[in-house]
Design a protein around this ligand. Structure first.
Ligand SMILES: NC(=O)c1ccc[n+]([C@@H]2O[C@H](COP(=O)([O-])OP(=O)(O)OC[C@H]3O[C@@H](n4cnc5c(N)ncnc54)[C@H](OP(=O)(O)O)[C@@H]3O)[C@@H](O)[C@H]2O)c1
Length: 278
């Protein structure tokens, strides 16, 4: 049962809401009886997410099958429908939860790998914000961008992801300055690894193909971090958005490492190495 009902009856749009953290956020908003919209590519997964949201109490659910990397070129999806819907609906909360991690050393990545990580972790969010901005300005709404601890400090065995998530951090911080005059808030969420059924197996074949150690397949690329409970995390995220907080780092202690990095980089690197499994 939801503890807070800040989003009761309000319009929440979750991009990447058909799986993983995005789906948990859909459920958390549904428990608050929000009106929910979900964007993702796969129509079957969207249908499943719609049923799950209704089962958990959503006031209404609408889904858009859309590839948010290529808004201009793809005419075969729901982008027109989404644009029309945004012109008629005031979104109170836009959650950008699309993103993809990686495993590999920087020297193993080619430019295509890096561009693809940028598309998934930055461009999808940027495209969605461009689309939804009028609606958000009308409602003086809130944006939540799901970043990562890897967007605050270097991440072992996943430097490409880290580069992309640092980009999302920059986007979020810039946007919150630019949108303050419109009273649209921007919350950057930087979680560590999140517990899921496939934790630890997800990147096995990729890490193997790049000749990395077993450690690299682990959540957070092998850093010693406790897995976050997705339900608790989602409650925190919805609360942070309703309080218009600027940043949410989970676990909170990780923000100290990010803070000392530019001041005492030697110390920060030593701490970073110490959280890597041997
Ligand atoms: N998992 C973790 O431990 C963890 C930790 C820290 C931060 N994060 C961040 O949390 C977010 C969610 O991660 P996750 O692992 O939970 O993701 P996930 O399970 O892979 O789900 C990704 C969602 O985004 C949608 N999506 C992907 N590409 C898309 C595109 N081009 N256009 C539209 N929709 C697209 C997917 O649906 P379709 O494939 O059907 O499009 C799906 O709904 C990401 O930003 C990730 O970086 C995750």
């Amino acid at each position: 049962m939801a503890k807070s009902l800040s989003w009761l009856g309000r319009q929440v749009l979750v991009c990447g809401g058909s799986s993983g953290l995005g789906l948990h956020l859909v459920i958390a908003a549904a428990r608050q009886k929000a009106k929910i919209a979900i964007a993702g590519r796969d129509a079957n997964r969207l249908d499943e997410a719609r049923s799950i949201a209704l089962k958990h109490g959503a006031a209404s659910v609408v889904c858009f099958s859309i590839d948010l990397r290529y808004l201009d070129s793809n005419t075969n999806d729901d982008s027109g429908k989404l644009e029309q819907w945004l012109s008629e609906n005031d979104v109170a909360l836009l959650i950008n939860a699309i993103g993809r991690s990686d495993r590999g050393l920087l020297e193993q990545l080619n430019s295509k790998d890096l561009i693809s990580l940028f598309e998934d972790n930055v461009l999808c969010t940027w495209n969605m914000i461009q689309l939804a901005l009028h609606s958000l300005k009308r409602s003086k709404g809130s944006i939540v961008n799901i970043g990562s601890l890897a967007g605050l400090v270097s991440a072992p065995n996943m430097g490409g992801y880290s580069i992309a998530k640092f980009g999302l951090t920059a986007l979020s911080r810039q946007l919150r300055l630019e949108l303050a005059k419109d009273e649209v808030s921007v919350t950057l969420v930087c979680p560590g690894p999140i517990d899921r059924d496939d934790s630890g197996n997800r990147y096995q074949s990729l890490a193997k193909s790049r000749g990395l150690s077993d450690n690299a397949t682990a959540p957070a690329g092998g850093a010693k971090l406790r897995l976050l409970d997705p339900e608790k995390l989602c409650e925190k995220i919805l609360d942070a958005a309703s309080q218009r907080r600027k940043e949410l780092v989970c676990p909170a202690k990780a923000k100290w490492l990010a803070a000392i990095m530019p001041i005492w980089p030697n110390l920060a690197d030593r701490i970073l190495r110490s959280v890597l499994k041997s």
